[in-house]
Design a protein around this ligand. Sequence first.
Ligand code: HEM
Length: 449
Amino acid sequence: MTDRRAPGPDGGHLIGALSRFKSNSLGLISDLQRRFGGIARVKLGPYLVHQVTEPDLIKHVLQDNPGNYRRGRFYRGFNLFMGHGMLTTDGAEWQARRQVAQPFFQRARLESAAPVITECVQDLLDRWEGPAERGEVVDVVDDLMWLSMGVLSRVLFGVDLRERADELLPVVRFAIKAMIITGKVEQMLPRWVPTRYRRDLNRHQAVLNRVMDDVIARQRAAGDEDNLVAALLRAEHPETGRPWDDRAIRAELKTHFMAGHETTGCALAWTLYALAQHVDVRRRLTAELDEVLAGRTPTAEDLPKLTYLRQVVDESLRMYPPIWVFPRDTVDDDEIGGYHVPAGTTVLISPHAAHHNAEVWESPEAFDPERFCPASRSTERYRYLPFGGGARHCVGHRLALLELQLTVAMVAQRYRLDLAPGHQVVPTGLVSLRPKKGVPMRIAPVDRG
Ligand code: HEM
């Protein structure tokens, strides 16, 4: 095996790299890609990290040699709000979890849930009616989180967690910062040190656990139903044949709740923002919606005819991938792109850096849904990976795409959203790609005159 080192900032930049990772991880990752290309080597404090952004090299990690990659140290932060669930475990434990959940994401099953999604979107449209009449500005991010919380919990858990949004939204806002390990002092201190951060962490964890315990208790009382919670209560441990304990079930529910609604809420916020910035795209989308739907509520059967809608969603996920980076640790030494990657070190895969790579995408900073029209769409794998890839690709991607298309269609049919004058939307890399100071928008009825 080669002992060649991948290019990266030299020793003099080490401290700089760590402090930049703490303050602006998105900026650091974009810079590494621009300066060093498809694979870059960087020390982040004590951790040796290789950032991999070229399609073939990403394929190596996710698809060709996945046995050499496990979740590792950066995913440990996710345990804080997800426990040991499908996202953070490996091997047999992961497989058992994925097997229980997978059937709930089959195409036919999800399509039959489309009316639940459109009902939730209708609630959002009604919520915006007052502000639209008064021409008010609304920060859409929390409202879109509220929507996706409703969709996720009604489709998978058989309950409506929007009723508890006042408790849950602050938890989520805290969690997306706490779960990403950036080496901040507050994260490194032992649990027993009574800092304010630790008190807030304990409080938010307790709220999330309590809500999920209530979901489990409701399901037990309701008996067997056709949802994920009931399937988890029925499931048996593959080795012992015993039912899962409540802690294991709770971890799975927290994982789906966090991984499922927050990502989709962000994707919706970014898509509505992109439409507000590109009037030509919005006009073409509205024309397609008028032609195919003539004002009625979309169904899952309509979606194949709404080709431009899908292009807009795909381009938004390229430009603003909600999971903008995800990590792996190497089990043994590996060779990636002709460079040595030592055992026990971290590999970061960044959909954001990959989607903005000027060697792979023409004018990557331009929002252009035409890239995804059937005639010009590239079939090259791993240049576009908003949902990851290989065996660990996103289990919920079909639900996310369904929700995105139905929501964007219904919002664009009814309202015109414009960014509040003077507000600049700046992406920031937390666990998800979030607009730093929200997305305040003026909501107005669509003008059909
Ligand atoms: C736009 C919305 C979404 C985006 C961008 C997204 C993105 C991703 C990505 C990139 C991964 C792979 C992470 C890795 O390989 O380390 C992933 C995994 C996962 N996602 Fe999503 N996701 C979305 C929606 C959802 C939804 C709706 C659910 C569930 C309802 C969900 C549940 C999960 C779970 C459980 C995993 C772990 C899968 C495994 O390790 O086997 N996601 N997601």
